[in-house]
Ligand binder design. Sequence first.
Ligand SMILES: [Zn+2]
Length: 155
Amino acid sequence: MPKFSLGATSKKELEGVHADLVKVILRAIELTCQDFSVHDGIRTLEAQKKLVAAGASKTLESRHLTGHAVDLVPVINGKLRWEWDPIYVLADAVRSAARELKIPLRWGGAWDVDFTNSTDSTEHLVATYVEACRQQGKRAFIDGPHFELPKAKYP
Ligand SMILES: [Zn+2]
């Protein structure tokens, strides 16, 4: 028996989100050892502008605007927790679900890798990505709760 299930708020957030991404999330909640909540599915341009202004997002062409992205946030003792340790665990469950369903995913913890087919631990993927950015003299913008369908395959 799965340990967790999506709450009403999470289900509401999934309205308008691409069916393939929804499939991955529904499977991930069955596989995960870390409970999570869907925090942001479809986002309005207005909301996205505010996030960019606050420095919480980098782009006005966010995949959230088109239903190709979601943010999954760990839930611990009934509270949302933006913390890396539980994010690593839930990201691993999302990856297992995506692999099982053969759905390509891009993860905000390591933007440049084919997340679905990656084999490193999720923690190590982030470390590698941050280090690669550092070597190029760039600050890594990492967003652990963020998962999206890649634009190349889902325009
Ligand atoms: Zn996001």
